[in-house]
Write a protein that binds this ligand. Structure first.
Ligand code: COI
Length: 357
């Protein structure tokens, strides 16, 4: 399918951010977006790159009522000599396909997704920040647009990709965060949609996140829905602990998002000979191994957060400093190595990087 391109009038192009150290996360958007329509008769059609504009939706559009909406998060990086890289984009494309299937949405054509993504990033390449740790965040989204109030899968959808130049996800930057263990609220239960990037998962997380913020914590450490005993994820990221010589992360049991950075951490650390255990990890074990000094590090992993150290947890009214409370050596090494692969600064033994210019 051809992608029509309509460029924004250069006279009304937005100014690029002047101070890249103040980008924050997802505040500013580029000049164009990629958009494709779907209806059950025609399939995906009308693919175009256009000036970014508000969407016109019927107030009865199904995404607004029943949350039939999925998204992805990925990044474009500017390397040496203004090269442009994506990181494992086919993993995001495949995961979006799985999310679509679970939410009874039509799969996007993978080649069209990749082609639209590359064309859009190249058109907006001047928006890719230069500063260390900054990148162009990419948000593919699919929404149900049928105007109808019956609860059923929509017959019409929009798929679009918007982009935003970003710095660090957490205001703390790469400094250890304090996180709040929620026992009352859960993110996802087995059999639900916790392993999909469904918008509703994020809406459901807000209440507990507000509680965490009120307690001065950056994010929630989610426990399993059944026993409220085993750790699952942290905020919008996966979680890892270094205990003894092992790097431990909860298994992809069905309620956890299969993070692409999670997988990259596992494979990279594995290639360094580190013993990786994907197994259940209880709060009791975390506290006892912290008390006896075997718990050395904890960090979150995600596209937005990359690798982000966790310094303290707040559990049942008490603060627990993890390890020595500082960023651990493995956390720092993983952060640096992943960034260097993403920015094209070192060889890429796994073939994760996709150079698009
Ligand atoms: C990402 O890491 O890309 C995410 O999707 C997190 C986001 C919800 C901010």
């Amino acid at each position: 399918m051809d992608i029509k391109v309509k460029k924004v009038d250069p006279k009304i192009m937005k100014p690029k951010p002047e101070d890249e150290s103040k980008l924050g996360f997802g505040q500013i958007f580029t000049d164009h977006f990629f958009i494709v329509e779907y209806d059950s008769d025609k399939g995906w059609h009308n693919a175009s790159i256009e000036p970014l504009r508000p969407l016109s939706l019927d107030p009865a559009a199904m995404c607004l009522h029943y949350g039939q909406e999925i998204f992805e998060g990925m990044k474009a990086y500017r390397g040496e000599n203004d090269s442009v890289y994506l990181f494992r984009p086919e993993e995001n494309i495949n995961r979006m396909g799985r999310s679509a299937e679970r939410l009874c949405m039509p799969p996007m054509d993978n080649d069209l997704f990749m082609e639209g993504l590359k064309q859009l990033v190249l058109l907006e390449r001047d928006w890719i920040p230069r500063g260390a740790g900054s990148s162009l965040y990419i948000r593919p989204t699919m929404i149900a647009t049928d105007a109808a109030l019956g609860v059923r899968p929509s017959d019409k959808y929009l798929f679009y990709i918007i982009m935003s130049p970003v710095g660090a996800y957490y205001p703390e930057g790469f400094s250890p965060t304090r996180i709040y263990v929620s026992e009352k609220y859960v993110r996802a239960a087995l059999g639900g949609v916790g392993d999909c990037k469904a918008a509703g998962n994020y809406a459901a997380s807000l209440y507990a996140t507000r509680e965490a913020t009120e307690k001065g914590c950056a994010q929630v450490l989610w426990l399993d829905a059944r026993e409220r005993k085993y750790v699952e994820e942290v905020g919008t990221s996966n979680i890892f602990f270094v205990i003894g010589d092992d790097l431990i992360t909860p298994p992809l049991s069905g309620s956890i998002l299969p993070g692409i950075t999670r997988d990259s951490v596992i494979r990279l650390a594995g290639s360094w000979g580190i013993n990786i255990l994907e197994r259940q990890l209880s709060m009791d074990e975390i506290l006892s191994s912290n008390a006896d000094g075997t718990l050395k590090e904890a960090f979150a992993s995600g596209t937005a957060a990359i690798v982000s150290p966790v310094g303290q947890i707040h559990y049942r009214g008490k603060d627990h400093v993890l390890g020595d409370g500082n960023t651990g050596p493995l956390t720092e090494k993983l952060y640096n190595e992943i960034l260097r692969i993403q920015y094209g600064e070192k060889e890429d033994p796994f073939g994760w990087r996709v150079k698009i210019s």
